[in-house]
Design a protein around this ligand. Structure first.
Ligand SMILES: Cc1cc2nc3c(=O)[nH]c(=O)nc-3n(C[C@H](O)[C@H](O)[C@H](O)COP(=O)(O)OP(=O)(O)OC[C@H]3O[C@@H](n4cnc5c(N)ncnc54)[C@H](O)[C@@H]3O)c2cc1C
Length: 418
């Protein structure tokens, strides 16, 4: 779909540059209208005041008001957009970490119910859902809605109710004393709150292939690549991953690229992908599905030029020329901070809450209250977990939204307990 809104920023750069990709991805996920202008020659670069295509001031961003930023950081773009704020209160009722569907939902319910609410988000609103080109199974949107738009609506809604959303800030450490949940951000900023919700979701698993890091952002991308689809016109695309997100990404790219290969480890999509997506993939003439196959090598000089895929049963390999590989192979939570703070995690790092903390009905060690932990409460009273980061959660947008809302109900009960 072509974005017809007036652009807020023009981004000049080279395809295959990780820095340019980071800027495009950030703007797309935050639903900021932008125009991407690919520079192909030294002359084109000189025309905008650069030395040439190799000028390390790329990417260059020029905002509608004329502001020019050479090689901007995500923080400087956030500042320009007015999103990079410091906490305005010394103490909040509720601090939410992560602005994916769970965090945004908690922000809407928390702020609308009168809690002084702050949300801390490392990258962009929307989380994983923000990278989805079209969410079709979320209630109330029969034609589907892009993840970025859904996130932007939710952000607007949360802000209208008075929630503060701090973008480009990452929670790295927590301290929990009586009645206070203190979170520390990367730059040392301290967020003090009476209750906190961890809604930090999961981070994508990396492709277990040599050279993955070298090509990350230069041909190898994670998620459904919604910001990149329109750049794939005329190119072959490879998608890896046999879940709904891989299938969704494949269908999206098939509308732009002449051909798309979906690589999956299983022997069929049927057991791991929703039926409506399986039907559409089967019907798509320009989609090939390679089952029982995995990516075993990446090739290229400065950017990805080909991938090698190998059949797990026969061992037969095939080289596919492509500049575009999108991996949708699931993720894992990043909750190292929690173990340092004594918060119970499962073996995979998911936060354990409510009934899952009880062992033969016994409350968790050190639990100080004469009630059991609430359903979404961790073993630290007043610290809740919602969405994909939670042990045993259902990995769906609607479930994350539901848990965000539900967590706020328990926050009220916790605060009322005194
Ligand atoms: C490509 C794709 C397509 C999908 N399509 C669908 C679909 O069609 N339907 C559906 O139901 N589900 C879909 N899903 C699944 C759905 O998006 C997730 O289940 C949902 O986003 C989980 O929400 P969440 O808020 O728990 O976590 P996330 O969406 O993972 O959000 C977590 C947020 O926390 C932030 N964060 C992480 N650590 C920190 C930190 N330390 N400090 C501050 N912020 C932090 C992250 O940057 C992120 O924004 C899709 C997933 C993907 C990847």
């Amino acid at each position: 779909m072509v974005d017809e809104r007036p652009f807020i920023v023009k981004v000049y750069g080279r395809t295959g540059s990780p820095q340019c990709y980071a800027v495009r991805d950030f703007l797309y996920r935050n639903d900021v209208p932008f125009e991407w202008i690919e520079l192909r020659t030294d002359e084109a670069a000189r025309a905008i005041g650069l030395a040439g295509l190799k000028d390390d001031r790329l990417p260059l961003c020029i905002f509608a008001d004329g502001t020019r930023m050479d090689r901007p950081t995500i923080r400087s773009i956030s500042e320009k957009l007015g999103w990079f704020g410091d906490p305005s209160l010394t103490e909040y009722d509720l601090a939410i970490y992560g602005a994916g569907p769970a965090g945004l939902s908690a922000a809407v319910y928390g702020a609308s119910e009168g809690l002084k609410t702050v949300v801390i988000e490392r990258w962009a609103v929307g989380g994983q859902a923000g990278s989805s080109p079209k969410i079709e199974n979320y209630l109330g949107f029969p034609q589907g809605i892009s993840g970025a738009q859904l996130a932007e609506h939710a952000r607007e809604q949360a802000c209208r109710f008075g929630a503060a959303i701090l973008i480009g800030r990452e929670g790295v450490r927590g301290e929990f004393t009586a009645g206070k949940r203190v979170g520390y951000l990367t730059d040392g900023t301290k967020i003090v709150a009476r209750a906190a919700i961890c809604a930090t979701g999961v981070d994508y698993h990396r492709l277990p292939v040599p050279d993955e890091e070298r090509f990350h952002g230069a041909g190898v991308y994670y998620g459904a690549g919604a910001s990149e689809a329109s750049l794939c016109v005329g190119h072959h695309v490879v998608v890896v991953g046999g879940g709904n997100s891989g299938a969704q990404a494949t269908l999206h790219f098939s509308q732009y690229a002449p051909s798309t290969t979906l690589v999956i480890r299983g022997d069929s999509l049927k057991s791991t992908v929703s039926a409506y997506l399986v039907d559409r993939i089967s019907a798509a003439k320009n989609v090939e599905v390679l089952t029982e196959t995995e990516v075993t090598a990446l090739e290229g000089e400065n950017m990805l030029e080909a991938v090698v895929v190998t059949n797990r049963k026969t061992g037969a390999s095939r080289r596919i020329e492509t500049h575009w590989l999108f991996a949708c192979i699931g993720g894992a939570p990043r909750t190292e901070w929690a173990s340092q703070a004594g918060v119970v995690r499962d073996e995979a790092g998911y936060l354990v809450t409510g009934p899952d903390l009880l062992q033969e009905s016994a409350r968790p060690d050190g639990w100080p209250l004469d009630r059991a932990p609430y359903y979404l409460e961790t073993n630290v009273p007043g610290l809740f977990a919602a969405g994909d980061v939670r042990h045993n959660s259902v990995k769906r947008c609607a479930s994350a939204v539901g848990e965000g809302a539900m967590a706020v109900t328990f926050v009220h009960r916790y605060l009322a307990d005194g």
